[in-house]
Design a protein around this ligand. Structure first.
Ligand code: C2E
Ligand code: CA
Ligand code: CA
Length: 727
């Protein structure tokens, strides 16, 4: 190993040699250590960059920079430490050997960077790497020493020589482990660990170097002139080398820092992008929930409002008409109540499908909740709107099979037109609603257009509503009229029907058809009916004093009232308060009232019946009741609607129906009242077919309480129907 100058003290001649006394400049030693620590710190940073790089090219680049920093650091340490070395002979360095040592350290540094930039390293890999790196550093050191040329001969003490190699390996191992470990933990610990690792790495290389130097012995033959080497230019040189290394290290660190910032920015940007797209998806699904009806997948009210605003803008610009239609399914509630809500939902889906099927491409349809749908349709003419409405009604009429039944649904439609009936969505919707109200009021299953009279009527109704509430609250203007009912068998005035009147300050005496609907629509019909009940009981009590102990009073009960469970209790209270026996009160309920929720109505009627109050079914024949329902109800009386009585004597078909109703009622053990009997033919027919009671103008119009008292006085004796017949 002569070319390496590797000789051990065991081969040293025993005499004729002088051991040279060598020293180190401590400042330069410290500088060498600082440079090495700086280079180590940069190396660790580059390794970190390499592990975090997004591409293979990036990884390779940072590994390269890291290897340069490390090799530069180790080589600078060696170089500066050699400049710090002072011996009493002249020393020079062989360039080739020096370059070789640089090459060796570069190889070792590349190897180190490879290891450090692994995400994970197994224990054996770590050990092997430490051995290779340690040997590399040692090889660099000793080849660097081999470049030394002087009159002195160089020997190494084997123990210390081995120790220096062991130190190189062990400290490399420690540095590797620290280097791999410092990536864990939070940002702060990580930074501190990195500083620690840099110091250890610096210490590792320095201690290897100085142990190597310690193991070195320089000898000269006796008589060789010795001179103490002056520090001459070694300090400047050391500073230049240190400066260059530190500048390289600093610029690598700067580049790594910039890269890291850039990468963070990029990642932040990517994260923001990902969040934005997630937000976009979330917004879209929220939009879907917010604007669409979950059951039918049609737009909901909110969705329609948005579409409406756009359509209005568009149509206003182009000056084209637009139709707004409210579509209400007739008697839908009945399906819901009798077949259950699931069947109701199914039905709504089918209906939605049918309606959609009747539309044109550009029409917008929405479900407003319940059984109410709303449609926006671009038009060329009013006629087109009518056709569209008819098409929808036709589509609906196809039988639908549901829950094992086959049913035919119909709809009522209200239509308003832009710009004739309004220019804002609120106005148009309100007017379409008024038109719908009109359709429902005129028997359903038809379509109505809005018109100005409707609006005027709505205005009047609004005022009437306020006034009616006030009249009820202050008990002013409301009064009961009574229409006598004659029992045909006995000729006795056995019953009265209480009929409400409203003495209006401007409009005069109003009949119930002008205001009962208002009270029903505005939620105070229960109060109104309750007022009638109390007043009727009070008046009956009064009449009982005047020799009519058997007289009964029949009070009308709104359909809406039959869904209130408090009704039975209220009836009981009214009887009690006014001291009227329950047998003298009768409640009249319409067929349709009973169809809403049959079970609830049957329960309620049962309770009322248990009080002793009798029940009659009013306006019979106009509604939808079937015999099956009638049988379930605890009824006493059936009132044939006036429209049938009017058929006598002109319509034989109508007369057949009356006959059938009387027969059926008697089979069900119900007594029959004929309403609206106005002439003798009607009376004769009814008598002939066994009708039990008659009520109508033939006997008497509804009378005020005073007029009734006079009437009763006049007819103290039983009235012979023959007398009525003769006029
Ligand atoms: P309704 O129960 O069918 O009452 C009979 C209606 O027929 C009464 O009209 C009566 O005046 C009328 N009428 C009786 N005989 C004849 C006749 O021979 N010819 C003609 N053309 N009409 C006759 P009114 O008093 O206008 O009552 C209308 C409806 O208002 C009643 O029909 C009833 O459903 C409702 N109503 C009356 N009072 C009340 C009440 O206190 N509460 C509730 N909820 N509704 C009431
Ligand atoms: Ca009635
Ligand atoms: Ca009636």
């Amino acid at each position: 190993m002569d070319w390496l100058n590797l000789r051990f003290t065991s081969a040293m001649p025993e005499s004729g040699q002088i051991l040279l006394d060598c020293t180190h400049n401590p400042w330069l030693v410290a500088l060498a250590y600082v440079v090495m620590c700086g280079a180590s710190f940069a190396t660790l940073n580059m390794a970190e960059r390499a592990t975090q790089a997004d591409s293979e090219a990036g990884r390779r680049r940072w590994r390269g920079v890291g290897a340069l920093c490390l090799a530069g650091g180790i080589w600078s340490l060696h170089f500066i430490a050699m400049l710090a070395f002072k011996a009493p002979v002249a020393i020079e360095y062989d360039l080739q050997m020096t370059l070789l040592s640089l090459l060796i350290v570069l190889v070792a540094a590349v190897l180190t960077m490879r290891m450090l930039s692994q995400r994970e390293l197994r224990a054996t890999q770590c050990l092997l790497a430490a051995v290779l790196i340690g040997l590399g550093i040692a090889a660099m050191h000793y080849s660097g020493m081999g470049a030394m040329r002087s009159s002195a001969t160089l020997y190494y003490q084997p123990g210390l020589f081995a120790l220096s190699i062991a130190i190189a390996i062990l400290t490399s191992l420690a540095a590797l482990m620290l280097g791999l470990y410092f990536r864990q933990g939070d940002e702060q610990t990580h930074q501190w660990l990195k500083y620690g690792a840099s110091l250890v790495m610096g210490l590792a290389v320095a201690s290897m170097h100085f142990t190597g130097m310690w193991s070195m012995v320089l000898v000269v033959p006796e008589g060789t002139p010795l001179q103490l080497q002056s520090a001459n230019n070694s300090l400047q040189l050391a500073l230049v080398v240190a400066g260059i290394t530190l500048v390289t290290v600093a610029s690598s660190l700067g580049a790594a820092w910039a890269d890291r910032k850039l990468q963070h920015k990029e990642r932040d940007l990517m994260r923001v992008n990902a969040l934005l797209s997630q937000l976009g998806h979330a917004k879209a699904s929220l939009q879907q929930i917010a604007d669409f009806d979950a059951l039918t997948n049609l737009l909901n009210r909110r969705g329609l409002n948005q579409a409406f605003a756009e359509r209005l803008r568009d149509h206003a610009q182009r000056g084209k008409p637009l139709a707004v239609m409210f579509i209400d399914i007739d008697h839908f509630k009945r399906i819901n109540d009798s077949l259950g809500h699931d069947a109701g939902d199914e039905l709504l889906k089918v209906i939605a499908e049918r309606l959609r099927g009747a539309l044109r491409e550009n029409d917008v349809i929405a479900r407003f909740g319940g059984d109410e749908f709303c449609l926006l349709a671009s038009l060329h003419s009013k006629e087109e709107a009518r056709q569209l409405a008819q098409r929808m009604m036709l589509h609906l009429k196809d039988p639908i099979s549901l829950a094992g039944r086959c049913m035919v649904m119909t709809a009522s439609i209200g239509i308003s037109l832009f710009p004739d009936d309004g220019t804002t969505s609120e106005e148009l919707l309100k007017h379409a609603d008024m038109a719908l109200y009109q359709s429902k009021g005129s028997g359903r299953n038809n379509a109505h257009f809005f018109n100005a009279q409707l609006k005027a009527k709505a205005g009047i109704e609004l005022q009437l509503e306020e006034e009616l509430r006030l009249a009820l609250k202050q008990e002013m203007g409301l009064q009961l009229y009574y229409q006598p009912i004659l029992e045909l068998n006995t000729g006795l005035l056995s019953k009265l029907e209480a009929l409400l009147r409203w003495q209006h300050p401007e409009h005069g005496l109003l009949t119930p058809d002008r205001f009962i609907g208002i009270a029903e629509a505005n939620g105070f019909i229960a109060e109104l009916d309750n007022w009638v009940l109390h007043r009727a009981c009070q008046d009956l009590h009064l009449l009982s004093g005047g020799n009519y102990p058997e007289l009964k009073v029949a009070v009308n009960c709104s359909a809406l009232n039959l869904s209130r469970e408090a009704l039975a209790r209220e009836v009981g209270e009214a009887l009690e308060i006014h001291g009227v026996p329950a047998q003298r009160l009768e409640l009249e309920v319409t067929e349709n009232a009973l169809m809403g929720n049959v079970n609830l109505a049957v329960d309620l009627l049962q309770q009322i019946r248990e009080l002793g109050v009798s029940l009659s079914i009013d306006d019979f024949g106009t509604g939808y009741s079937s015999l099956a329902y009638l049988r379930r109800l605890p009824l006493d009386t059936l009132k044939i609607d006036r429209s049938f009585i009017q058929d006598i004597p002109t319509s034989t078909q109508g007369m057949d129906i009356i006959q059938a109703i009387i027969g059926m009622a008697h089979t069900l053990r119900l007594r029959v009242v004929a309403e609206g009997v106005e002439n003798e033919q009607q009376l004769a027919f009814l008598r002939k077919h066994g009708c039990d009671f008659i009520q109508g103008y033939l006997l008497s119009k509804p009378l005020s309480l005073e007029a009734l008292q006079a009437f009763l006085l006049q007819h103290r004796e039983p009235i012979k129907p023959a007398r009525l017949l003769s006029g």
